[in-house]
Write a protein that binds this ligand. Structure first.
Ligand code: MOS
Length: 742
């Protein structure tokens, strides 16, 4: 994989190995299901065999008599759990229905009972022995979402898109489909619940400690302060672990009732039904353009499926209103109910499937115009965000495209279909643009300079595998001059100062200002100690005369060597630590940020190889040029984009959750049948960051990196497939059968 070096004068932007790498590679990092407590018992749910209907009979008598069984819970025989409601944008949950609230079956796999037993095996055996009878109704897991077209609601508009389309000299009117995809982080969802008679300590798999706390407090009917959420490491989430799922209140309610620690681990099979998925979407894009490729009209309609008990909208129009210049625009969306578990955010929710449709339509328009798809994008670059008139905070999409053209070798592309060869292989080259939002969430951080020379920084945010521990250490190091190996980062506990959720690629941008101000506050507190401690060489100096350089306190203008190490002053003063607190607000409450349209951009260039002799399609090469503001950690950032590209190969070629149209259950609910990209499917990857600071967001100008890497990959793949084969695949994933049958 190609590597990039940023010319960086500091630790910000450097290649910094993960500070938690040793814990992870040695196996000593504690993941939620690793926690074990004396007397712990195991909870195993029983899943509905049908997708729609009613429970007519549930007989747990045999299960209750089995060895080790402590409790079987089901409708009418369950500890009280309440329905959580959102308040002040906190307490978000996709499935707010408490488990077993009624006897109605809304989706296949829905929990209908749960067994708690002394061992996992006993619980599993007893769960299999719970006898359930149903009144079965025909489920609706229909793939055609066209029933949503008549419920479209306007989400954004300008000018008159319908009129401008009707009179446009060149038109594209196509419908694109993205399938249901299931999040498949390596780590299964899990809850370990401990009740001490008053307070819950819950070891959870979550992308948001603080939200999880608020939801669990409501499910359990206790105040927030009686719920503590701990999550030190996450084996990825991809959005599936943003909001709590119902195994968590079940485990906690069982722990309280039985007064025993309870562990519940969701099986891989249940991961396909009970903990969210990216919903299927159907999107119609109408583009009207002049013969020289200027957009006259952009009309994007989309429908996503949702469940019978939730209201998830996929937001496919996320990037549509601002990506291109176009005077006439209409964006509408709708949801249709299906007998599936509640859908949820999956990496790049909304924008990723939305950009698949928009960027595919742009490619089709370029072909109709006989224009290079790169040129079509460049011709429609907007001066400002035309959806709201705001200037872009920092937009370098044209440079992303130009850099990609150069690195990929795009000028050697022969646009004729099937014209490029490499031995027996036909090469296809395609490209697409990417975009994702940028924002900050509120954040509080505490920094302590300790008398042993270490620094402790703490925040109730979490590292979901992306490198947040390391980024905290880098920022503290940059602001204090103290090396990373003396900085202890403490995250993953809701008892710490409240921090942001790990979603929307928003943690890095959010934590920068709070960490910086906490470091400054700790240094101020250190200065006060230095100037007031009798045995300090700086006694009675004025605070404005004092500087803090690389951990040494000294007189401004003098060399730090003439001063004294901060830990030495603390020792002399007999003070354990000099503390500082930092706090920052969300961009919604930031008057400067609100003046700008803040987004990240990217350009994706993809090569596929098509071997018609053996019907083999591969993604062989990807060049990704990403504009996410200033990079904090080049290694972690590149890792995010590389991972996204591999995931994008899955989205383009493999991933689809198939629901059996008769039973309503997912057929391919395992790793043998649900195909995700492996290392063998990974292309040659070249990632470049433009590294322009976006100073409207924070003092480093860092946005976030997690999700944008996935945006634009699938449409660049289908564009490349068209270039190789002449077949336009509008329904993902690309199947070899489709290429063969055409
Ligand atoms: Mo991301 S899908 O916002 O966790």
């Amino acid at each position: 994989m190609a590597t990039q070096e940023l010319s960086t004068p500091s630790i910000i932007g450097a290649v910094v190995p993960r500070v938690d790498g040793r814990l992870k590679t040695s196996g000593s990092a504690m993941y939620s299901s690793d926690y074990h407590f004396p007397g712990m018992v195991y909870l195993v749910p029983v899943c509905s065999a049908i997708a729609r209907g009613k429970i007519t009979k549930l007989d747990a008598s045999q299960a209750e008599k089995m060895p080790g069984v402590l409790r079987v819970m089901y409708h009418g025989n369950v500890p009280q759990m309440y329905r959580p409601i959102p308040h002040d944008q906190d307490a978000v949950v996709d499935e707010s229905r408490p488990p077993f609230e009624d006897e109605v079956i809304y989706y296949s796999g829905q929990y209908v009972a749960a067994v708690v037993a002394e061992t996992m095996e006993q619980a599993k055996a007893a769960a299999d022995a719970v006898h359930v009878e149903y009144a079965v109704e025909t489920p609706n897991v229909g793939l055609d979402l066209g029933d949503g077209w008549k419920h479209l609601k306007m989400e954004n508009h300008r000018g008159d898109a319908e009129k401008a389309f009707a009179s446009a000299p060149v038109q594209i009117d196509e419908t694109y489909v993205t399938p249901t995809e299931t999040h498949n982080p390596i780590e299964l969802h899990a809850s370990v619940a401990v009740w001490d008679g008053k307070k819950f300590t819950l070891y959870e798999t979550t992308q948001s400690l603080i939200n999880h706390q608020a939801v669990m407090a409501q499910f359990l009917g206790v105040p927030n302060e009686n719920v503590q959420i701990v999550m030190k490491f996450l084996g990825s989430g991809f959005g599936g672990k943003l909001w709590p799922w119902t195994h968590a209140p079940l485990a906690a309610a069982a722990a309280r009732e039985l007064n025993r620690p309870v562990k519940a681990v969701v099986s891989r099979r249940m991961m396909f039904t009970n903990v969210g998925h990216r919903p299927r979407t159907q999107q119609r894009v109408r583009l009207g353009a002049t013969p020289d490729g200027r957009l006259l009209s952009l009309h994007h309609d989309y429908v996503n499926h949702t469940s019978m008990i939730s209201d998830y909208g996929e937001g496919c129009g996320e990037a549509t209103p601002y990506l291109y210049s176009c005077a006439n625009l209409l964006l509408r969306g709708a949801k249709v109910e299906r007998n599936v578990g509640p859908p949820t955010a999956m990496r790049g929710p909304g924008a990723v499937p939305g950009l698949h449709a928009l960027e595919s339509a742009m490619d089709e328009l370029a072909i109709k115009l006989k224009m290079d798809p790169v040129e079509l994008r460049l011709r429609n670059e907007p001066e400002k965000d035309e959806s709201n008139g705001k200037p872009f905070s920092s937009r370098h999409l044209k440079e992303c495209i130009a850099t990609g053209v150069e690195k990929f070798g795009w000028s050697r592309r022969n646009p004729a279909v099937g014209s490029m060869r490499q031995g027996d292989l036909i090469l296809g080259w395609g490209m697409a643009c990417a975009s994702w939002g940028a924002f900050r969430m509120p954040c509080e951080v505490t920094v302590a300079l300790n008398d042993d020379g270490t620094v402790r920084v703490s925040c109730a945010t979490q590292d979901i595998g992306t490198g947040t521990y390391t980024i905290f250490a880098q920022i503290v190091s940059d602001k204090s001059g103290i090396p990373v190996d003396r900085i202890q980062v403490v995250l993953g506990d809701s008892a710490l100062p409240a921090g942001p959720l790990s979603g929307g690629s928003g943690v890095t941008s959010s934590v920068v200002p709070a960490i910086a101000s906490a470091v400054y506050a700790a240094i101020r507190s250190m200065t006060m100690i230095a100037t007031s401690t009798p045995s300090s060489p700086l006694l009675n100096k004025k605070s404005e005369e004092i500087a803090f350089t690389a951990g040494r306190v000294h007189v401004k203008g003098e060399s730090p060597e003439q001063g004294i190490a901060f830990e030495e002053i603390l020792k002399r003063a007999n003070i354990r630590s000099a503390r500082g607190e930092g706090k920052s607000v969300s961009t919604d409450d930031d008057s400067t940020a609100k003046k700008y349209s803040q987004h990240s951009y990217g350009a994706q260039f993809v090569e596929v190889t098509w071997d018609p002799g053996i019907a083999r399609l591969r993604v062989s090469r990807v060049v990704s040029v990403i504009d996410v503001g200033r990079i904090i950690n080049l290694k972690a950032a590149r890792n995010q984009v590389e991972g996204s590209i591999v995931m994008g190969v899955g989205m383009g070629l493999f991933e689809e959750t198939h629901y059996d149209q008769l039973s309503g259950g997912p057929i391919n609910n395992n790793f043998a049948d649900y195909v995700v990209s492996t290392c063998a499917d990974a292309p040659e990857i070249d990632v470049t960051f433009l590294n322009y600071p976006d100073l409207t967001l924070n003092e480093y100008g860092a946005r976030g990196v997690g999700e944008i890497g996935l945006a634009g990959i699938a449409p660049a793949i289908t564009a490349a497939v068209y270039h190789a084969t002449g077949i336009r695949v509008r329904e993902l994933p690309v199947k070899v059968e489709t290429l063969l049958s055409a």
